[in-house]
Design a protein around this ligand. Structure first.
Ligand code: F6P
Length: 336
């Protein structure tokens, strides 16, 4: 083969991978996109970005990305690829359309940055012979196989800043304040922010507490001479916030307010930790896509333990139940 033919062969045999962000956006997703594109190109791959998650796969909204396309995005929240929760992707016929779009472009692997629902979508691709690399991207920290998810730390810092501010005014007015934070069915945002802020009471779905017990705990804090009380409640706790506020005010006699920061928790420039997790997990994902012999299986998820990335089979990752840190919850209760 002459030199020209070798170059043509190399170009035509370049591995093609696609990349998408799916589900609720999380700070650090842009850092992950940047890492996948740059590490992928460095490994000799052609990298394609898919817009609006699985919707873009179905719509064939796919474009090749270069190093410069991901310049200046590392520090930005959100996702330049956009995100969506695709109802259509729950139906096999649409997954087939997505796979057909990938195959037509010669793409055999997809990096999925998202949470639980996004990983389930990845499993559908894997069943049809596409290699999937799952990257944990959600503020909820609700994936069982990894210690942390990209976006969790930034969301925590946002919540901590807000609770600090709420504490100022709660102290001045000697009020009880309930703040409801996100997390879907997972109490981690409430737990870790509550601990970090010295919340008096933390309500999480993993630890049962009815309104009677809540009232008892508030009274206990009042009896200890606390002028103001901060309660952090996870959204997954089945206790409507306004009703709880009214009930507490009525039975404790202390002015009570409620705050729901909502989507503010999903925005903002990613923290150092979220950027590092994005870089480390995506760097490993590309390495494993480039070297199939190193993978635990054809489709896998990358997680972190401390600051060390690791890979597990995608199905095992999806099936692994999250273990709630009861020890941390108990410590927060002691320290309150
Ligand atoms: O998964 C991230 C998250 O922000 C959850 O904490 C929250 O319950 C949910 O997404 C909100 O979803 P949506 O953006 O579809 O309203």
């Amino acid at each position: 083969m002459n030199a020209h033919a070798v170059i043509i062969k190399e170009v035509t045999e370049m591995k093609r991978i696609a990349l998408l962000t799916s589900g609720g956006d999380a700070p650090g997703m842009n850092a992950a996109i940047r890492a996948v594109v740059r590490a992928g190109i460095d490994a000799g791959m052609q990298v394609y970005g898919v817009r609006r998650g699985y919707e873009g796969l179905i719509e064939d909204d796919i474009m090749e990305m270069g190093r410069n396309d991901v310049g200046g995005i590392l520090y930005r929240g959100g996702t330049i690829l956009k995100s969506a929760r695709s109802e259509r992707f729950l139906h096999g016929e649409w997954v087939d359309v997505a796979v057909e779009n990938l195959r037509r472009r010669g793409i055999d692997s997809v990096v999925v940055i998202g949470g639980d629902g996004s990983f389930h979508g990845g499993l559908e691709l894997a069943k049809r012979g596409i290699s999937v690399a799952g990257i944990p991207g959600t503020i909820d920290n609700d994936l069982g196989y990894t210690e942390y998810t990209i976006g969790f730390d930034t969301a925590l810092n946002t919540v901590v800043e807000l609770i600090n501010k709420i504490r100022d005014t709660s102290t001045s007015h000697e009020r009880t304040t309930i703040m409801e934070v996100m997390g879907r069915h997972c109490g981690d945002i409430a737990l870790y922010s509550g601990l970090a802020c010295g919340a008096d009471i933390i309500l999480v779905p993993e630890v049962e507490m009815d309104t009677e017990e809540l009232v008892r705990r508030v009274r206990e804090h009042q009896a200890m001479g606390k002028g103001h009380i901060i309660i952090v409640k996870a959204e997954g706790v089945d206790m409507p916030i306004l009703e709880t506020q009214q009930l507490l005010e009525a039975v404790t006699g202390q002015e009570t307010r409620s705050v729901v920061p909502g989507y503010i928790q999903r925005g903002g420039s990613p923290s150092v930790q979220d950027r590092l997790i994005a870089d480390l997990t995506c760097g490993m994902a590309i390495d494993l896509l480039a070297h199939p012999e190193k993978r635990p299986s054809d489709s896998f998820a990358v997680g972190v333990s401390g600051s060390t990335p690791f890979a597990v089979d995608l199905k095992d990752a999806v099936e692994q139940k999250r273990v709630f840190r009861r020890d941390i919850y108990d410590l927060a209760t002691v320290l309150a």
